[in-house]
Design a binder for this molecule. Structure first.
Ligand code: ADP
Length: 339
């Protein structure tokens, strides 16, 4: 096994030294027991202060990657940095907050005691954690529950306290594994707001969730992992590039006209009694203007202009299908993304 310890990683690339990335890793590989290739040399960059979503079907390697970032397991191979330090360096962890999936806190402790305990384990000074714990409970909407025992909390409250626990060391980077798991829609919205608030404070949030519509609302960038590789990575706009279109709905018209060669390749028209539908294969509204001009010149009345872009779920399914073929890319398997 080769492991990029700080000394082996003594000559990081200039990009990995840049302070603009909270996570900047490349060629991360993990083979379990010499035969199970969980990660096949992936690269990932998470900018400082951004909300980054990691998604992928079961077994894609997401947990393995998070554990490597958290220095819980050793990669077979890896280079790069986490918060500017070589990947695998334990001292980085004092600046990282972590909410594991399916976390459990001792039921006999109160919310405040949990924060105090985890703060203490993370080396946070007693006076600081005494001051910070109630502030964090306030942040996650649990101010009145600090003296109540964990055993009396709902699942949503457990998640909130879990997020507060991840924040007790005032980390720069937060890794949240399924933060809205088991939380009702109101609670999910509140957790989303907390994530955005943390972002506004300059924290980097690395989210792992199977609720794709939620990731879509909150993430600056996402990575879609499939079978130990990164199938897609970028902003939602970058991922949608070349995959969306505009549609123009007009009044029904039998008007015939020639489409200039410059537009013909990107425009299609369907007549119907309800109105004509003109599809323009672009996400750039400027490229739609000449089509609108042409329709208007030919006396057609425009009723609607809609941007039709693929959802994150569409892109996820597409990435999985590319890797596994049609059958296993069905939503039933793919979008139930996590265990
Ligand atoms: P995900 O979090 O995306 O579901 P994991 O990182 O848990 O994926 O798993 C990736 C692959 O590695 C899977 O094939 C899984 O069975 C395997 N794996 C994970 N942990 C271990 C382990 N401790 N020992 C052997 N194989 C493992």
């Amino acid at each position: 096994m080769t492991f990029a310890s700080p000394s082996q990683n003594a000559v990081p690339s200039p990009a990995s030294l840049s302070s603009s990335f909270a996570i900047d890793v490349s060629d991360v590989a993990k083979t379990y027991r010499g035969k199970i290739q969980a990660l096949r040399g992936i690269s990932m960059r998470v900018g400082r202060g951004e909300v980054f979503g990691l998604l992928g079907p079961n077994g894609a390697g997401k947990s393995t990657l998070v554990k490597i970032i958290m220095s819980v397991i050793r990669p077979t191979r890896a280079t790069g940095t986490v918060l500017g330090q070589a990947i695998g360096k334990k001292s980085t962890l004092t600046r990282v907050g972590y909410l594991p999936e399916h976390h459990r806190f001792p039921k006999y402790l109160t919310g405040l005691q949990v924060l105090d305990l985890f703060g203490g384990l993370g080396g946070v000074d007693r006076a600081i954690r005494r001051k910070r714990a109630p502030e964090l409970l306030d942040l996650v909407g649990m101010r009145d529950w600090g003296d109540r025992k964990i055993g009396t909390y709902s699942k949503g409250m457990m998640q909130r306290v879990g997020i507060a626990q991840a924040l007790i060391g005032d980390p720069d980077l937060l890794l949240l594994d399924e933060p809205t798991d088991g939380v009702d829609p109101v609670g999910r919205r509140e957790i989303r707001d907390i994530v955005l608030q943390l972002k506004s404070q300059g924290k980097t949030v690395f989210l792992n969730s199977h609720l794709l519509s939620e990731l879509e609302l909150v993430c600056d960038r996402v990575a879609i992992m499939v079978n130990g590789t990164v199938a897609r990575q970028g902003t939602l706009d970058e991922l949608a590039l070349g995959r969306g279109h505009y549609e123009i709905v007009t009044d029904p018209s039998s008007q015939q006209f020639d489409m200039p060669a410059s537009l013909a390749a990107m425009v299609s028209r369907t007549n119907s009694a309800a109105g004509d539908l003109i599809k323009v294969a672009t996400l750039d509204v400027n490229e739609v203007q000449p089509v609108i001009d042409l329709l208007r010149k030919n006396g057609m009345t425009i009723r609607k202009l809609n941007l039709i872009r693929p959802t994150l779920e569409d892109m996820f399914i597409e990435a999985v299908r590319e890797q596994y073929g049609e059958e296993n890319g069905q939503p039933g398997r793919a979008v139930g993304a996590k265990r």
